[in-house]
Design a binder for this molecule. Sequence first.
Ligand code: KG4
Ligand code: ZN
Length: 343
Amino acid sequence: MTRCLLAIESTCDETAAAVISEDGQILGECIATQTELHERFQGVVPEIAARAHLDRILPVIDSALRQSNASIDDLTAIAVATHPGLPGSLLVGLSAAKGLALAWRKPIVGINHVQAHIYACGMGRQESVFPCIGFVISGGHTSLYHCISPMDWTYIAGTIDDAAGEAFDKVAVMLGLPFPGGPALSILAEKGDSNSIPFPRPLLDDKTRLDFSFSGLKTAVRYRIAGTGKQSWNALALTPQLRADIAASFQQAIIDCLVGKSMQAVKKFGVKRLCVGGGVAANREFRRQLTLACERSTIELHIAAPELCTDNAVMGALAWEKIKMGQFDTLELDAKPGLLRKG
Ligand code: KG4
Ligand code: ZN
């Protein structure tokens, strides 16, 4: 049996574990989602997420280990995402990792969840994707990084208010779509005309900064649905075509900002390689338009595979990079909910 790693992920509302060999093969994987627990609140409720992780963490780890056929002796270390994330959620994964490390006498390796989202872009490839501009677009992040190597990276810019996924989710609620909103909104957008409503593209034309801002865009959608000043309104009362047009035009405004700013970042730093991960990077229309933009500017683009865009433990393979450098943690390792945006 080759040397392998048990990776644990519980930063937000997915409980996940994976067993990954030293050469990057996924030997076992399990993800338990919590959609049914959060959908009636139309967003992730941190306390509910933490309690659900507690129920699921051991069965999920057990399932990944069984699939892999790995024995405890085969495990080189136990990796766990320790930051950033929801405090209660992080603690469940970290406590499970520490308990197993202690019981099985294995070293523990803490990893950064945002860094892992970028690392996912290179998984399954022979050549390294570093150096690159790393771009993480999820429910908690819309952040650009200058990545010299998997472990050596600097924050460049990010959202000054809502994350892109957060804007997708909130506009989806306005449109009466089910949770999680991003995927539902992108399906509705397929039936709409993305040029029909000229929503704002905040900060896109400001070449002096690479930041994002989505809260004004969200408000513009709200006014388009409800008109100004109305207290009660119902998007389901709109014609189906207008709902779809709002979804498509909103999605296009976000895509223009994401594509535009990432192109500006690549040019500014002179790094002709872009790596994109996080839940919103699963959006089909975004992937299509970013691919075209990169082809036009001869930029090498790596978008994480759709199943590796949303939260998962496979991207915990990043821990091998720390192990190769001899960077192990101790049982003193702590969760750092930290600055969600900068990672
Ligand atoms: O990376 P992720 O699973 O969790 C965080 O770390 O936040 O990202 C979840 C976010 C949610 O906001 C979700 O609505 C969004 O990614 N998302 C999408 C799509 N799939 C997931 N947004 C737009 N289009 C999609 N297809
Ligand atoms: Zn994530």
